[in-house]
Ligand binder design. Structure first.
Ligand code: SAH
Ligand code: SF4
Ligand code: F3S
Length: 479
């Protein structure tokens, strides 16, 4: 049936923008996300923050009035991708302007923060450059640009709390998408690993207040979210006021969130080994909502390299920590990040990394070639390694990690596990979900009604990057 209140095509204005019932013009925003999950969260919040000005999200730049690239500066490749995308957008802007339409091009995130003014010099089609701590001001900047104002570069770390200026949780509720969601609880980093740009692009460590996080989680749960992943560059450094004059740690926050109706699963990422405390290990043992999966970056297995990286832990203390985590939660799946080819890394150092991997046994991992980042201490070291050495070591490490991942997934065959269905698959009646161990599980012949539900699935086969299973049949009722 047709919605009577919907305007017919004849009612639509010929030029300019359609308006909604409150008279706010309807416009379109496209946000492209690079980098980590914190950027995924920020991109969603940029869309939220623009909604009151009449913007809805579209999934291609061609239809958009504003395109924002939410960028990542962690490795050179990540940053370079942005400039090739800007080349394409410059053409689109020209085309649109030929049709009398305007396109605002914004660059947000960590490349914007790191390059600032330089970005507009290198890519003059860019109208707006804004760092990760200022995107709550997006509506104001866009309005200035729409009124013909000059280009804007904003890379301050303002004193006001960005999160407090973002739309209230009620708003998020209407905008939550699907059964899983990210929730940023902590930002920034004070650890200054010698290879890393994050302390410079995201600024000093900052924790959001407990009550605000609980409100946001509640709004997400009411909107149908079943699994929340708490985010922070150093998420386990989160701390807050516990409401009675004491300090709440991440473990306490997790226990609070687990009590919210509808929150059935919790995860957190990314953790630093130095901030894993006893309370958090106890939460892994005692809070059933906390999923048995932990991403705990180690970067290297060589003490010499770990010291040069300023990680402030050694291989042995990491291994002992893993033992304690496994004692608390024996079925926990472990994941990590690795950097190969850090300046001065010898074959012996690299072999220490392989030895650590063999000893731990990871279910999943990310590994990267060291990429010198401007302004970081390690980039200035003289003993940078040749590209071929880095590539060769990365291939060896990835072979080993790949074997471990396949072994972990294959060992799931024959088991039954709870799967949260959160995506539609390629096949007609295929649904895809997440296992407690963050594996993708594909199930054929799954009714649409299971979308957003947590269901028992029998795993038939494990592959490198996913599992295949079938719905557990109810016991036949015997006459
Ligand atoms: N806060 C997290 C990680 C943030 S960055 C932590 O402390 O572990 C994500 C990953 O990118 C890092 O764990 C590291 O493995 C990788 N990375 C960071 N800087 C890098 C660089 N200069 N070259 C290559 N990889 C890098
Ligand atoms: Fe970067 Fe180290 Fe901070 Fe992680 S802990 S964000 S690797 S400086
Ligand atoms: Fe990249 Fe910034 Fe995240 S550099 S990894 S987008 S914090």
């Amino acid at each position: 049936m047709q919605d009577k209140s919907a305007p017919s095509p004849e009612d639509a204005p010929k030029a300019g923008l359609a308006a909604d019932e409150t008279g706010v013009p309807r416009k379109k925003i496209f946000v492209k996300t690079y980098g980590c999950q914190m950027n995924v969260y920020d991109s969603a919040r940029m869309v939220d923050v623009m909604a009151p000005s009449g913007y809805t999200e579209v999934d291609a730049p061609d239809e958009a009035d504003i395109v924002i690239l939410n960028t990542c500066h962690i490795r050179e490749k990540a940053a370079e991708k942005v400039y090739s995308e800007l080349g394409r957008l410059r053409e689109l802007k020209k085309e649109k302007s030929g049709r009398g339409e305007n396109l605002v091009i914004g660059v947000a995130g960590c490349v914007a923060q790191a390059e600032g003014e330089e970005m507009r010099r290198r890519a003059p089609a860019v109208d707006l450059v804004l760092g990760p701590q200022t995107y709550h001001r997006l509506p104001e900047y866009v309005a200035r640009l729409a009124n013909g104002g000059p280009g804007i570069v904003e890379t301050e770390f303002p004193a006001e709390d960005k999160f407090e200026s973002l739309p209230a949780p009620e708003r998020r509720k209407t905008l939550a998408r699907g059964a899983t969601a990210f929730l940023t609880i902590q930002e920034g980093c004070d650890k200054f690993c010698t290879f890393c740009v994050v302390p410079y692009t995201r600024g000093a460590e900052f924790s959001r207040p407990l009550s605000r996080i609980v409100d946001e989680a509640r709004a997400l749960a009411e909107a149908g979210v079943r699994e929340i992943t708490l985010l922070g560059q150093n998420v386990n450094a989160w701390h807050g006021d516990d409401g009675s004059g004491g300090v709440a740690t991440l473990a306490k926050l997790i226990r609070h969130l687990a009590r919210i109706d509808g929150v059935e699963r919790l995860r957190y990422t990314t953790s630093h080994p130095r901030d894993m405390d006893e309370e958090l290990l106890a939460a892994h043992a005692e809070v059933p909502e906390l999923m048995p999966y932990l991403h705990l970056p180690v970067q290297s297995g060589s003490d010499r390299i770990l010291a040069a990286m300023n990680r402030r832990h050694d291989a042995e203390s990491y291994l002992r920590l893993i033992e304690r985590i496994r004692a608390a939660r024996p079925d926990i799946a472990l994941s990590s990040d690795f950097i190969v080819g850090f300046p001065g890394e010898t074959e012996e150092d690299f072999e220490a990394t392989l030895a650590l991997v063999r000893e731990v046994g990871f279910a999943q991992a990310y590994s990267f070639k060291y990429s010198p980042r401007p302004g970081t201490p390690a980039a200035g070291e003289e003993d940078q390694l040749p590209e071929e050495v880095k590539s060769e070591r990365l291939a060896r490490l990835q072979d080993l990690l790949g074997e471990q991942q396949i072994a972990f997934n294959r060992a799931c065959a024959g088991k039954s596990m709870k799967v949260l269905f959160d995506r539609r698959g390629k096949g007609e009646r295929q649904l895809v979900g997440r296992s407690p161990w963050l594996q993708s599980v594909h199930v054929e012949d799954a009714p649409e009604s299971l979308f957003g539900e947590i269901v028992d699935v029998e795993i038939e086969e494990g592959y490198r990057n996913s599992l295949r299973g079938r719905l557990r049949q109810a016991e036949p009722i015997l006459a």
